[in-house]
Write a protein that binds this ligand. Structure first.
Ligand code: NAP
Length: 270
């Protein structure tokens, strides 16, 4: 229930049952003394969601699956970095003018801090909204992008933009291509959706690799559990999630937000 908060913000996407955004943003508002409340607005029709955001109005929108790319033409302004990445995960409503940004890139950088990317073969699984900032970070750190996606044409489009090679599991296996880092940007492994599935064949996961799963709910997906068992280094999507959300609030509130151990705080909701 809305508790008569002065300002309203929202997470928009579909499905949203897994989303921790309201818990995190509302905790930030409480800690920072901001008179606002974030609510979840679930929907598959992005035009309807944007219309709702303009009407309510929502002052900040956290944009998630599957709308990060389709929202772009519906906004009044898209910031240059988000345009270059090709995805928007944040919209700020300033007096009715909707401006799109991408803070996922900050989240990806935070999650991959300390991981060697330069000259390494980095397998990106998926080619949607989350894959774009991942590819941007890998490309700027001079990693070799290998992209594997259900729809091959989208993988081709991603590597055309960021460099690298689009390939299949069979190519990876048959050509014995070394994989140093694996990043899952698909929703496979997400609680309540495809929790028991793996985004990549198990035989391609081995010790010595670093595996980063953008899915943050559950904290350790099946994929991360398998990787851990095999002796790989694992990174949970929760790290990225908290960093990108703090950056969203910094954009809206125009001030530095301290990370008050929000990763641990969120684990109780997982
Ligand atoms: P998206 O734009 O809809 O892209 C989804 C990608 O996953 C597409 O490449 C899609 O392939 C692929 N995919 C979807 N279902 C699949 C299936 N059943 N089998 C194989 N491939 C499948 O979504 P998104 O915004 O990138 O989000 C993807 C996931 O990342 C979500 O679970 C989201 O919660 C998570 N995420 C986490 C963070 C974080 O902060 N940790 C940030 C962003 C996103 P096609 O091209 O064939 O459709």
């Amino acid at each position: 229930m809305r508790q008569n908060k002065n300002k309203l913000t929202g997470v928009i996407g579909w499905p949203l049952a897994h989303s921790l955004s309201p818990f995190l943003h509302n905790a930030i508002y409480k800690n920072e003394g901001v008179d606002a409340e974030m609510r979840a607005y679930e929907g598959q029709d992005i035009a309807e969601l944007v219309k709702l955001a303009r009407t309510l109005p929502l002052e900040l929108m956290a944009v998630t699956i599957p709308h990060k790319q389709t929202i772009m033409p519906l906004l009044d302004v898209v910031d240059a970095k988000a345009k270059k990445i090709g995805a928007v995960n944040t919209v700020i409503n300033r007096g009715g003018v909707l401006t799109g940004y991408n803070t996922d890139i900050i989240g990806v950088k935070h999650a991959l801090a300390g991981v060697k990317i330069n000259n390494k073969n980095v397998l990106i699984i998926g080619a949607g909204g989350a894959a774009q900032p991942v590819a941007a970070v890998v490309s700027s750190a001079r990693g070799n992008i290998l992209c594997l996606n259900r729809t091959g044409a989208k993988a081709e489009a991603l590597v055309k933009k960021f460099g690298g090679e689009a390939l299949t599991e069979n190519q990876l296996r048959n050509d014995k291509i070394r994989i140093d880092v694996i990043i899952n940007t698909t929703p496979i492994g997400l609680k309540g959706e495809r929790e028991d599935e793996l985004p990549l064949a198990a035989d391609l996961v081995e010790a010595g690799q670093t595996i980063f799963d953008c899915v943050y709910n559950p904290f350790e997906t099946q994929f991360l559990q398998l990787a851990k068992e095999r002796g790989a280094k694992i990174i949970s999507g929760l790290k990225m999630f908290v960093a990108q959300a703090l950056a969203q609030e910094e954009l809206w509130l125009a001030k530095k937000i301290i990370n008050k151990n929000y990763e641990d705080f969120l684990k109780k909701y997982l």
